[in-house]
Design a protein around this ligand. Structure first.
Ligand SMILES: O=CCCC(=O)O
Length: 505
């Protein structure tokens, strides 16, 4: 359990052994070399009350080498473990996570603020990855090619890259880790995780269960740290000679820094960066379907998902009706602590999130936007609550028109033609996800081809799943996580063999 005893836990677990607050390196729970810990406001706090309930080691660059050496030692053996044995460990991990889902959901609620039902949803979604990658482990394959010369044979094999580092965000801590670690461990790589300062505890729980599932010591190490030391620790991981691959999920600004640092040593990088995702609703759409799908997408985790709806374009003929319905539904949302049964939307995870939402809304208001619902922070039990907010009249000079909102704030824009709305939707540097609703099959197909994003939702607001390649284009990054072949490929090298065959007449 580590140093968490000095705090009063705001919850009870069925299995208290799940709760750990020290870093996990080579199968041991460890303090940082400096002995420092953190529990700064907005980092390790219950977002529903603003109260600290544990603390974690503040690791810095001096803690990195020991963790990487452990991962490398483990890799030397782990790479030779049979793919079936890797699959079996992934399956065991998967079942342990499912068996403990009630407790994991509790920790998730108190780290991220999301309502309990959403916490269960995240665990269900995330175990899709352990299950999927267990299957992928045995299906890694090379190729044999038709040679140009009669005595030549050409073929490729796939081999694990080595030690991988994962730099992960706080909004879906379980999903992000299982998506990255699932692929890495299936491929035969080992992984060091640097969790976000807001959500290290769920990840330490997963590391504990990975150990119980039989993964060897060093297969999954976790180094915690605070916001201040995050750049130093992350850079030390990215620069370490034995780290061969970095997978980062977070902002475009930081993603570019990660790519720059990794480029010094030509390290393989996967970048899942920000989104500014548009939704296009045409007047021939099934309105019930569009409402249901986009409402769930937009308010999921209080708007804090990279693939959430940032700009909702509705065709003129249905605009007023759609907006009226959206407003009415929004006003029914019950904002509260994620552990309260009545809550349908939790707090945002950090006080920074509240400040940003408020600044975006106030900027839009001052430039003439209309606020139909919400627009303010909610003072309630010290938590970081923001009113679900609906805005129209957004113009390009407003910050909210171009920035990723990451809060329960929806902007609605009117359009007339397909050409016009496709241009507007694509008019962003980002390209993570886009969504469109229409019952015209030709149009749906055109939109699929013409919208500039890595993932297109066609009459759906939910396209995240283990079998779907996840990743963006443009400034939303590169590389794919999840999906067949592509995700595991991020952790493999391709080696080409060329062979001269004697004695074949
Ligand atoms: O916030 C980014 C990830 C969301 C998802 O995996 O659906």
């Amino acid at each position: 359990m580590g140093s968490a005893q000095k705090y009063e836990l705001p919850f009870k677990l069925n299995n208290p052994d799940l709760l750990h607050s020290l870093s996990f390196v080579h199968g041991e729970w460890k303090k940082s070399k400096s002995g420092k810990t953190f529990e700064v406001v907005g980092e390790l706090h219950d977002p529903g009350t603003g109260k600290a309930w544990t603390e974690c080691p503040t690791n810095d660059a001096s803690d990195v080498d020991e963790a990487v050496q452990s991962s490398q030692r483990c890799f030397e053996k782990y790479k030779n473990i049979s793919p079936r044995a890797r699959a079996q460990m992934l399956f065991k991990w998967d079942s342990l996570i499912r068996e403990n889902k009630e407790d994991i959901a509790t920790i998730l609620v108190y780290e991220t603020g999301k309502p309990r039902a959403e916490a269960y949803g995240e665990i269900e979604y995330s175990t899709g990855f352990t299950w999927w990658f267990a299957g992928e482990a045995e299906r890694i394959q090379g190729s044999v090619f038709t040679p140009a010369l009669p005595d030549r044979r050409v073929f490729t094999i796939k081999q694990p890259l080595g030690v991988a580092a994962a730099l992960v965000p706080w909004n879906f801590p379980i999903a992000m880790i299982l998506r990255k670690a699932g692929a890495a461990l299936a491929a035969g790589c080992t992984m060091i995780v640097k969790p976000s300062p807001e959500t290290p505890i769920t990840i330490l729980t997963l590391a504990y269960l990975a150990d119980k599932a039989g993964f060897p010591k060093g297969a999954l190490n976790v180094l915690t740290t605070d916001l201040e030391k995050t750049p130093e620790l992350s850079e030390a991981l990215c620069r370490h000679g034995l780290v061969k691959k970095v997978s980062f999920t977070g902002s475009t600004r930081v993603g570019k820094l990660v790519a720059k640092i990794c480029s010094d040593n030509l390290k393989k990088v996967t970048l899942e960066l920000g989104g500014n995702c548009p939704v296009l609703i045409f007047d021939d759409a099934n309105i019930d379907q569009a409402m249901g799908q986009i409402f769930a997408l937009k308010y999921r985790h209080a708007g804090q998902a990279c693939i959430t709806a940032n700009r909702i374009y509705v065709q003129s003929a249905i605009f007023d009706k759609f907006l009226e319905r959206w407003n009415a539904e929004t006003q029914k949302i019950v904002v509260g602590h994620g552990a309260d049964k009545e809550t349908t939307m939790g707090p945002v995870t950090t006080p920074r999130g509240i400040e940003k939402a408020l600044a975006l809304v106030n900027d839009a208001k001052s430039k003439g936007a209309k606020i139909h619902t919400g627009g303010n922070k909610i003072s309630k039990n010290g938590g970081y609550f923001f009113e679900p907010t609906v805005i129209t009249g957004v113009t390009p000079d407003m910050d909210i028109a171009s920035e990723e909102i990451f809060a329960p704030v929806c902007t609605f824009l009117k359009f007339d033609t397909e050409d016009e709305v496709v241009k507007a939707a694509n008019n962003t540097s980002m390209g993570l996800a886009s969504y469109c609703f229409t019952k015209n099959v030709d149009r749906l197909w055109r939109l699929f081809e013409n919208l500039e994003a890595g993932m297109i939702g066609l009459n759906t607001g939910n396209s995240s799943a283990a079998e779907s390649p996840f990743g963006g284009i443009k400034q939303s990054g590169y590389g794919k996580e999840s999906g067949k072949d592509v995700a595991v490929a991020e952790y493999l090298i391709t080696k080409t063999g060329t062979f001269t065959l004697e004695g074949q007449s």
